[in-house]
Design a protein around this ligand. Structure first.
Ligand code: SAM
Length: 241
């Protein structure tokens, strides 16, 4: 896990031998499960360290936990960015939401294997879970990577954030354009753009950005809409076709 350890140092993080061992096990399992099921397109050990682990940890350059914050990762897939954040910051109270059963099985396997406490993986769609009282407007931080364009993603994520909480969307080179397109959705759902930050991920040539959205007002009760609707009709302000 040399690339990970060195890259993390550039983020100001010193990973302990125990944390590096957790990442090594996670990487081994991801590679093993990938041989059987298609969990992620990234399969090489070096690539996993950079594109999955370090990219996930890049949030810690702009956000650090205070106390024991509640965090939800929406569309977690094989666990990114939620699980790397949890390994480095064990005090997080982490919920992972994922719509694909096989991926949830993998997430539960990793949580047990690494002995992560206060971490659960739920097999649900964000649109359904975001309407349920134990989850709605409860979280200090909502994270999501590679799930949807921002107007749609805003509807999956903002309902989970408590008023005063934060949504962090991991984005590529189109981040600024997506922010513009999401202006209406953010306003409707109770969000306000706080920062669009370019992050340098060691070893990654691609431009990476974090879109940080503050929850400034409760999300109106009609959102999120039924599963599939945010994708079909994202909140853009344009009249429905
Ligand atoms: N966040 C992970 C990452 O960055 O590696 C996974 C990215 S993957 C491209 C997108 C994931 O989001 C898929 O596993 C998909 O099942 C999940 N997903 C998409 N829409 C969702 C929804 N509405 N609710 C829950 N999960 C969703």
């Amino acid at each position: 896990m040399k690339l990970l350890a060195e890259g993390a140092r550039r983020f100001g993080l010193t990973l302990t031998p125990a944390q590096l061992e957790q990442f090594r096990k996670y990487c081994d399992e991801l590679m093993e499960w990938n041989r059987r099921f298609n969990l992620t397109a990234i399969e090489e050990r070096d690539q996993i360290q950079v594109k999955h682990f370090l990219d996930s940890l890049s949030l810690l350059t702009v956000w650090r936990p205070e106390g024991q914050p509640s965090v939800i990762d929406v569309g977690a897939g094989a666990g990114f960015p939620g699980l790397p954040l949890k390994i480095v910051c064990p005090q997080l109270r982490l919920t992972l939401v994922e719509a694909t059963a096989k991926k949830v099985e993998f997430l539960r396997h990793i949580i047990a294997l690494l002995g992560l406490s206060d971490a659960i993986a739920l097999h649900e769609r964000a649109e359904t879970l975001g309407r349920r009282p134990p989850y709605r407007e409860q979280y200090d931080l909502v994270v999501a990577r590679a799930v949807a364009a921002l107007p749609e993603l805003a509807e999956y994520t903002l309902p989970f954030a408590r008023v005063g909480g934060l949504v962090a969307a991991y984005k590529g080179p189109a981040a600024a354009q997506e922010v513009q397109e999401a202006e209406f959705a953010l306003a409707v759902l109770g969000g306000r753009l706080e920062r669009l930050v370019r992050v340098e991920v060691p070893g990654l040539a691609e431009e990476r950005y974090l879109v940080l959205v503050r929850k400034v007002a409760p999300t109106p009760a009609q959102y999120p809409r039924r599963p599939g609707v945010p994708r079909k009709r994202p909140l853009t302000g344009a009249p429905a076709q």
